[in-house]
Design a binder for this molecule. Structure first.
Ligand code: SAM
Length: 342
């Protein structure tokens, strides 16, 4: 029997157990903080990993200790037959969790088949509850459709649904509490993301990133006598970068009042980063904030799985201690979020 391969541990002794898989670099929305105004170049069709290739890579990653996969993009639901990929991944022994990040536009049709195929958890982007503002920030998105998609997801029985909003001063800072109440009243967890300067800072408006402390203050101030307390425990901690809090005080407490903050800019979490990212064309990125990557597609297509494993280990060995987003214009990556999968 072959020896168990050693797990993926990087030079900072971070154990890697989560893989984000971008299944497409295309998107049906054009979020202003994500998609550069001129769009992004797309890989040729034959450069894109097939579902069988993705599943072969995920199987190998699982042998190396990956336990959770998140499907992302671009917008993963625009990749034709995504449900088929979920079925292939679900059949992989040892893969404990399949999660999906989506803008929700196609969820009304896809929530039930995705859940039936094996998606456990869902993150849905929702930056505003105002239809006009939503249309503006998403470059033409349809809030009504996303709300229908969320309602379908609620009926489909996912283990958890999280609502993700990029928090932008002067855009949705006045909606932080509304987004919390919207999510809480449905049993979901709202999360707020500090905007990152991706794409060489092209999509970034300095000064508009709403810092984690301001997000907590807005939620804490929403009720007389209420306070925000840390709440990182429990089974619903999630495997991702968010730190969790709870609004304690008047009103019902517990899971229904939890919220998360992903704060790469003001309270970064690089020391606990446990993930890798696989791009649509089979490049393995060890850090969202840097452009370096290793090619897994060539050795995979050459049928050399030992070389794929060596490339994965090289990527992990080169994982940077942290991003440098704080150095806006100097420190961010050239790649756009839509190219690597947020
Ligand atoms: N299309 C899917 C979605 O909407 O969730 C998956 C991909 S999207 C790139 C993943 C997440 O990244 C979304 O929640 C999006 O709001 C977030 N995002 C995109 N660009 C960002 C940026 N510059 N800073 C922070 N978050 C960003």
């Amino acid at each position: 029997m072959p020896a168990e391969p050693s797990p993926l541990i990087d030079p900072q002794l971070r154990r890697i157990d989560t893989l984000r898989v971008s299944v497409t670099d295309r998107c049906n929305y054009r979020c202003t903080y994500c998609m550069p105004a001129d769009g992004v170049p797309h890989g040729a069709r034959d450069e894109t990993l097939t579902f069988e290739e993705i599943a072969a890579l995920v199987s190998l990653f699982v042998r190396l200790g990956i336990r959770r996969v998140r499907l992302t993009g671009g917008e993963p639901t625009v990749r034709r037959d995504l449900v088929e990929l979920v079925r292939l991944l679900r059949a992989i022994d040892g893969l404990q969790e399949i999660a999906l990040s989506t803008n929700g536009h196609l969820l009304a049709e896809l929530a039930v088949p995705l859940r039936a195929a094996g998606v456990d958890r869902l993150n849905v982007s929702l930056d505003s509850l105002r239809p006009d503002a939503f249309r503006r920030i998403t470059g033409g998105g349809d809030l009504g459709r996303v709300l229908e998609g969320l309602a379908a997801a609620a009926r489909a029985g996912f283990a958890a649904i999280k609502i993700n909003a990029v928090a932008i001063d002067g855009f949705n800072d006045g909606e932080i509490v509304d987004l919390c109440r919207f999510a809480w009243s449905r049993g979901w967890v709202p999360r707020f993301i500090e905007e990152m300067p991706m794409a060489g800072g092209q999509t970034y408006l300095p000064g508009r990133c709403l810092p984690a402390a301001a997000i907590r203050a807005r939620i804490g101030d929403s009720e007389p006598g209420a306070r925000v307390i840390s709440d990182d425990g429990g089974s619903d901690r999630g495997a991702g970068p968010a730190r969790y809090f709870r609004l304690a005080g008047a009103g019902p407490e517990g899971a229904a009042r939890r919220f998360g903050i992903i704060s790469p800019m003001t309270e970064h979490f690089c020391d606990s980063c446990n993930r890798l990212r696989l791009s649509t064309v089979g490049a393995l990125h060890a850090c969202l904030g840097h452009d370096d990557a290793v090619d897994l597609r060539s050795p995979l297509r050459a049928g050399d799985l030992a070389a794929v494993e060596r490339a994965i280990r090289a990527g992990v060995a080169a994982k940077r201690p942290g991003h440098t987003f704080q150095l806006v214009g100097l420190g961010g990556p050239r790649k756009a979020m839509v190219q690597i999968g947020g």
